[in-house]
Structures are given as C-alpha cells and as structure tokens.
Design a protein around this ligand. Structure first.
Ligand code: GLN
Length: 482
C-alpha cells in the first residue's frame, strides 16, 4: 500500500486498526516529500524532528489522532519559522500556536511543515513568494494557483494527507481548483484567525485542503468554534460536519447565478461545470437560475477594501521588534523606510500604496466608503438568492492553471483570476471547490474546479451537496503522476 496516497479518513482507519503506526504515516510522507518536492517546491521547510516526537506519543483514539497536517506559512506554530513567504520575516520563529494549531493538536493531529504561498497571501499563482516557485503537480510548467499554492500542490501530489490554508479572496478555493483537490472556505467567523498573519481582517478565513469532501468535514469538525482570542469568531453552535454526508439531494435547490456563466470563461471549464449541473439534476437536486446583480463590482470593491486593510495590518512590520532591519540607518524614519523597502516585495508594496491611497483624506469617501456600500449590496444579493436556494453553483476559476511567468507582469490580469471567488469573502458566506473534470490543453490533463457557495454557518449542508456529487463522479480518484 502506498501510505502517502491515503485520504485522512482512510489513514484514520489504518491507524485505528493498528495496521499502521503514526510514525509510519509520517515516514511515508517524508519519503514522498524527498522523492518529489524538489520538483513541486510546495514546502519552504519541513523539520520532522518535532513531528516524529509527537507521532511517538500520538493518541489514535482522538478524532484526528496521529494524522500529520501541513501548514501554510502564514499560520503560527511554536518553534517553527513563520514568514508569510516574505523577506521581511526571514528568520522569524513563532513563539506561540495559532488557535487552529491548538485545535488540531487537541484533536490529536500533528501539524508540521511550512507551505509556500504568495507573499502575505497576495496573489493567485504563488509566484509572489520571496523564496521559491511552486509547480502544479499536473504540469510542472504551470502555476498551482494562489495564494495557498503550496497547500494545494502538496495535497494533490500526495506530499500531505491534508493541509491548512487561508482565503481572503479565493486563496483556498482557486488553488484547490487548479490542483484538483478539495478546498473549503468556512463562513467568516466560523474558524478563529488568532495566530494567522493578517492580510485583510474583514475577509480572511482559515480552512482545509483535502483529497476528499469527507476529509474536509473531518478537519472542519476540529477547526470550528468560537475563540475568545478572535473577537470576530462567532458563538454559533458547532455542527457535526459529517452529519449529512451520504444523504440524498431530494428537495435540495441549487441556484445557478447567471452572472457567473459569462463570455471569457475557458470553454472546457464551462463544459465541465455545465456537466456537473446536469449531474446534480440526475441526483435529484432542483436547479434554478438566480441573479446576483452586483457581481461585476466585486473585484473592484475587493481591491479597495483588501488593500485598505492590508495597508493598516502591514504597518506593524517596521523592523523594530522583529523581522528584517536595514543596516546603517541615519534616523528612525530612514530605519522604517529602508527596512520596509528592502523587506517587502513588489506586489505587497503595490497593495500598501493602493490601500494608503484609498484611505487618504479626500479619497476616503470616494473609494473606501463607497466600496463598503457596494459590499453591502453584494451581501444582499446573496441573502436574496439564499431565500430561494440552498446553495449556488458556478466555476471556481474562469480558467485552468496557466504557465509559470505568464501573468507576472500584468497585475490586473492576475486580479481577474479571482473573479468568481471574491464575492463570497465580501459577503462572508462559506464556499467549497471540488474537482469536476479535466481540460485537455495540448495533450496535458488539467483539473477543473466546481465551486459551491452556501449560507452562513451551513457548512454541513454545503458538504452534503459537495459529497453527493463527488461520490457519483470519478474525478477525485485521479492523481497526477509527478
Ligand atoms: N488572489 C487574491 C489576492 O491576491 C486573493 C488572495 C487571498 O485570498 N489571500 O488578493
């Protein structure tokens, strides 16, 4: 048996039956990482010493007992580097566990490894990492998506059983789609962000990357819940997210937002998603056309709000308390300016400048305030649609993975990669991406992702709907040959 190929649920069974030990499960991953990560570049580092100690004393009776889970480099894990793939945090070692890490540990899981990403989670291809490129396991000349490109690539390439990422405008769902795995963005407030390096605080959420929908539910069971350390986390009861898995779709209504089936989508993506919609009909769901009339403003609104919040959040990286510090400075202002100029990459600087501009006096009303108003309209679009349907269905990304380097010089084109994922963050709802087929590009098979969006805090139903499709189709069984 190739242990490293197992899903979390399958590994759990092996561990509980005693057929496999937690140390063996970890060793299998380490061997796989040694064999393929020089090609993929998903891990920034993976110090296994600590993980092995934990594996030796793992309690397999716990929900995720003995299961290693890889972590995006934006989530703090005690004693591990945490750089957000930025030079400004080079050499920084985390002094505490993020709440999600504490929760994984409480469930018996073993957090390990640091996964590559776009610097400060700003990007859609992981090319903005200050350290390395990550390749798409289906075609090494292509991007894995972003910003959680490492998190998606290592799960797709069987270098991790599951991983954590963060999603501010699509950074879990879009790379999951492009790498052919399952990525869940929980409802805003469902999962604590304490210990997540903040990008845009009114949008950021942490969520899992997995090989199956069931695994996604298993991880959410461990991650969800109110945390007094994150005042935006909400005290709604935590569901059992595997509760509805396997139930049929009779009586379920799924909305097809007409604004998401537009010109400009890759025809092979369009075909795969429409076939998925047919499949849902044959599973007994009712498909209804709905409208989200303010969709066209989502990208513009996002790049005002996200950059405004980023410019404030990133002010703390000043080279005084931690992180990169410029040499031979003349005075304190020189210190700030040069430390930041040297430490931040180009995209991060672009966002800080944009964000500072939209918040500056004289422009605040015209940009920031207006964007907030349009955000409300976008949120109302979803509330209205959810009066009629249980979930929405659309492509996760308008296209399949593009070539490394193809978009690096064109930020606007890059921003459009998130055209279908951003609105869910603005509205605070939950969303999932799962495989729904393949495009054939010059003889290469590239995964296509299906996005389902759900009502706030109704992750259990979202997972039920995703699971029914997954189990009736073969897509999740296909693995790339690395
Ligand atoms: N690609 C989007 C951006 O660059 C979203 C990133 C994210 O979700 N972290 O901002």
């Amino acid at each position: 048996m190739d242990l490293h190929t197992l899903s979390v649920a399958a590994l759990q069974q092996q561990l509980r039956s005693g057929a496999v030990s937690p140390v063996e499960a970890l060793d299998a991953l380490e061997a796989r990482i040694s064999a393929v990560d020089s090609k993929i570049g998903g891990y920034l580092s993976h110090n296994m010493t600590h993980a092995r100690e934990e594996a030796l004393r793992a309690d397999i009776s716990k929900p995720l007992g003995g299961i290693p889970i890889a972590i995006k480099d934006v989530i703090n894990v005690t004693g591990e580097p945490c750089t957000a793939a930025s030079k400004i945090l080079q050499g920084y070692t985390a002094t505490y566990d993020a709440t999600v890490i504490q929760k994984l540990r409480a469930a018996g899981a073993i957090p390990f490894g640091r996964l590559n990403m776009d610097e400060f989670a700003m990007g859609s291809s992981t090319e903005n990492s200050a350290y390395q490129r990550t390749a798409n396991p289906w075609d090494l000349s292509r991007i894995p998506g972003g910003s959680s490109g490492g998190s998606a690539a290592v799960v797709a390439a069987d270098e991790a059983y599951a991983s954590l990422g963060s999603d501010t405008g699509g950074s879990i769902r879009q790379p999951a789609a492009l790498c052919g795995c399952v990525g869940l963005k929980p409802t805003y407030g469902r999962v604590s962000r304490f210990g997540l390096i903040a990008f845009a605080s009114s949008l950021d959420q942490i969520g899992p990357f997995t090989k199956t929908v069931e695994d996604s539910a298993l991880l959410l069971n461990a991650l969800a819940g109110r945390d007094p350390m994150d005042s935006t986390s909400i005290d709604t009861p935590v569901d059992n997210y595997t509760r509805l898995l396997g139930q049929d779709l009779k009586g379920i209504r799924i909305g097809m937002p007409k604004e998401y089936f537009i010109e400009g989508i890759d025809p092979q993506v369009d075909t795969a998603v429409r076939a998925a919609i047919k499949q849902y009909e044959s599973l007994g769901a009712e498909i209804v056309e709905v409208s989200l009339p303010h969709t066209e403003y989502a990208v513009a609104v996002y790049y005002i709000i996200a950059t405004a919040e980023a410019s404030a959040n990133l002010a703390r990286f000043d080279g005084v308390r931690y992180g990169h510090r410029a040499d031979n400075v003349q005075n304190i202002v020189d210190h700030y300016m040069r430390s930041r100029a040297e430490g931040f990459g180009e995209e991060v600087k672009r966002r800080i400048i944009l964000g500072t501009y939209v918040l500056s006096s004289g422009y605040y009303d015209a940009y920031y305030l207006r964007a907030q108003k349009v955000r409300t309209l976008i949120r109302q679009d979803f509330s209205r649609a959810f009066e009629k349907v249980d979930a929405l269905i659309c492509p996760t990304s308008p296209e399949v993975a593009f070539k490394l380097g193809d978009r690096s010089d064109d930020p606007l084109k890059m921003y459009l990669a998130d055209i279908f994922t951003i609105a869910a963050n603005l509205a605070g709802i939950c969303g999932i991406s799962l495989p729904c087929g393949f495009a054939n590009v010059d003889g290469t098979k590239l995964p296509v992702g299906l996005q389902l969006l759900g009502k706030p805090f109704e992750e259990a139903k979202l997972l039920q709907i995703a699971h029914a499709y997954e189990q009736s189709t073969p897509w999740h069984l296909e693995r790339p040959v690395v």
